[in-house]
Write a new protein. Structure first.
Length: 154
């Protein structure tokens, strides 16, 4: 697997954060390329974390934070998939929806879908949170993929 290098750019804060989020999204998808559904469902840990779970979780997390909690839309998260191909397709579809929100909203715009018991925050925080969440799980995917078949690289 050829190593995917993180983007280096001279863009502003938004461009940098969005580029890094996309880099980690693509790293996760690259980690599951070429595996079958049985491998995608395999978990080396008691919690059940698998490559399939990671892809599904990240699609759900982006929907929850960007669509529901930030934009205040009440649409359901992507359906759970039985195959890794379906999960990747749902994850990519989520990117398009989220990217449309990111394109039209200011980083300082407040979250509109938080419950009254939740502390207020804004799009900047949500974007940074999903960046760290995606990077964290990309690291998990690195380890699981290496355990499956020895493949390394981002």
């Amino acid at each position: 697997m050829t190593d995917l290098k993180p983007p280096r750019l001279l863009g502003d804060e938004r461009a940098t954060l969005v580029a890094l989020l996309q880099y980690h999204r693509e790293s996760v998808v690259k980690k599951v390329a070429g595996i079958d559904d049985q491998q995608a469902q395999w978990s080396p840990v008691a919690s059940g974390t698998s490559l399939l779970w990671i892809v599904q979780h990240l699609a759900h997390a982006e929907t929850l934070w960007f669509v529901n909690r930030f934009a205040g839309e009440r649409d359901a998260a992507p359906a759970r998939s039985d195959t890794i191909e379906q999960a990747v397709d749902a994850y990519r579809a989520t990117w398009h929806r989220v990217d449309a929100i990111l394109d039209r909203e200011a980083l300082d715009a407040p979250c509109r879908g938080l419950g009254s018991d939740e502390p207020p925050t804004n799009l900047r925080w949500v974007l940074m949170h999903l960046l760290e969440e995606t990077a964290r799980h990309a690291g998990h995917a690195d380890i699981i993929r290496e355990l499956i078949d020895g493949e390394t690289g981002r």
